[in-house]
Design a protein around this ligand. Structure first.
Ligand SMILES: Nc1ncnc2c1ncn2[C@@H]1O[C@H](COP(=O)(O)OP(=O)(O)OP(=O)(O)O)[C@@H](O)[C@H]1O
Ligand SMILES: [Mg+2]
Length: 442
């Protein structure tokens, strides 16, 4: 999106430049003195400043340094009153990126405006290219998530198990990988075990391996995922689904760092970092006898609870912007940002599928965006934002249920198990509901 600050004591000029900048799609701030400009810079994020040289409270050239002190990465273009080559040169030496001589044509002004704003977007993208490892992969500015980053750092200093909890799409796997990256910059691999999708009868041999003869098909020894992860990280996703019979085996692995292959008679020593994740309520599973309390306490040495996106208000637009740049680059599209109305809609939405939902939505919007700006109408066309069935008082319950299920399915890209989790029903129940009703997407 981008914000531009005009610092000039001539009201007419401020007014007409502000008008041009707004029309070009950037937000605009104005100041008539150096002091006012500094105040604005302290409370706003500004990308570009057009700075007059002859200000009532001092020389604009002398302001360059102090404005850059407030925001080091701001770009400054000088507005020189006369064709004064000398002050232009001095300004550039002080850190201005360009100058423009008054009086100027609007086309000339627009060209500079676009050139600088575009190059900032490109620089931002280049920055994103480097954010592919460790803590930098977690985009956030909310206090809750900054605290999570600190926890990741302290978790990486010790070897104790970590239990990550949070709704679907809140970034549990992302956090697990970040812990691994911070702790093991080189060597040691990250092995993910999805306890939710592995068949219960296969999970033991997948996890712990087997020895020749352990069962009919075991014709040779086979290493399990635990052994493959030796020296690295074992990420147990959806730990709540681990069969009770294997929970004691896992407990032993955590407590004594040893395990036995299926059919094995000797202990194998292992050194792995255990990270478990769940979006189910383990307390309830323990009460119902589906999860061992002692394993829970052993896993929960370092608990990391990820807040849902709707409780991270500061992160919504930041993440939206991040995904926008990422997908615009991936699909080679020029998209400047979200319109103000679209941003407001993003903030209002409840995000049941959390960051994954936001990511998928931005991806679709980028693909279908024609104007260079993602607008509210674009969002309204998106099924996630339409329906609003729950606000209607003239619909039968069955219809509301149907619409809501559609909405959730769309939000999670039609992933049935995630949708079932969000809806708080089993996958079987969801499947039944989908069979009974005619769903537009399924
Ligand atoms: N803070 C963040 N910054 C950038 N990307 C994020 C962030 N949080 C989540 N994501 C992205 O959102 C998507 C969902 O995250 P992830 O798979 O880690 O969620 P999860 O909690 O494991 O979900 P589930 O419970 O459904 O398995 C991924 O593409 C991930 O990269
Ligand atoms: Mg996950």
């Amino acid at each position: 999106m981008g914000a531009v600050l005009i610092v000039d004591d001539m009201e007419d000029l401020r007014y007409s430049l502000a008008h041009v900048i707004k029309k070009e799609g950037y937000s605009v701030l104005t100041a008539s003195t150096g002091e006012e400009a500094a105040d604005i810079m302290r409370s706003n994020i500004v990308d570009l400043i057009f700075l007059d040289i002859g200000l009532p409270d001092g020389n604009g050239i002398q302001l360059i340094g102090s404005l850059k002190n407030i925001a080091a990465d701001v770009d400054i273009v000088m507005l020189t009153g006369t064709n004064d080559a000398k002050s232009a040169v001095i300004s550039m030496r002080e850190g201005a990126v360009d100058y423009i001589v008054k009086p100027f044509e609007i086309v000339e002004f627009k060209a500079i405006l676009h050139r600088i704003m575009q190059s900032r977007i490109i620089a931002k993208k280049a920055l994103l290219d480097h954010q592919d490892k460790g803590l930098d992969t977690i985009i956030c500015s909310s206090r809750a998530m900054l605290a999570v980053k600190e926890k990741i750092l302290s978790a990486s200093e010790v070897h104790a198990p970590v239990l990550i909890t949070g709704e679907t799409g809140t970034g549990k796997e992302l956090v697990a990988r970040a812990i691994h990256d911070v702790q093991q910059p080189k060597g040691g691999i990250f092995v993910k075990v999805d306890c939710g999708t592995l068949a219960a009868n296969l999970i033991e041999s997948e996890l712990f391996g087997y020895e020749k003869g352990a069962f009919t098909d075991a014709r040779a020894d086979k290493k399990g995922l635990v052994e493959i992860a030796d020296g690295g990280t074992l990420f147990l996703d959806e730990i709540g689904n681990l069969p009770v019979s294997l929970q004691s085996k896992l407990l032993r692995l955590i407590e004594d760092s040893v395990f036995r292959r299926v059919g094995g008679l000797t202990d194998i020593a292992i050194n792995v970092r255990i990270i478990a994740a769940t979006n189910s309520n383990l307390d309830r599973e323990i009460r119902q006898g589906n999860f061992r309390g002692d394993l829970y306490y052993r896993l929960n040495i370092i608990p990391i609870a990820l807040p849902p996106l709707r409780d991270r208000e500061n992160d919504i637009l930041l993440l939206a912007d991040y995904f926008l740049h990422r997908f615009a680059r991936e699909f080679k599209r020029t998209i400047h940002g979200f319109t103000a109305a679209a941003s407001a809609a993003l903030l209002k939405h409840a995000w049941p599928g959390n960051i994954r939902e936001l990511r998928n939505m931005v991806e679709r919007e980028v693909i279908f965006c024609k104007s260079g700006w993602i607008s509210l109408s674009g969002l309204h066309q998106d099924a996630v934002f339409t329906g609003g069935a729950e606000n209607r008082l003239d619909l039968p319950l069955k219809e509301i249920e149907k619409r809501y299920i559609s909405k959730v399915l769309k939000a999670v890209n039609n992933n049935k198990s995630q949708a079932a989790k969000i809806l708080g029903i089993s996958r079987t129940t969801l499947r039944e509901k989908l069979q009974i009703d005619q769903f537009p997407i399924s």
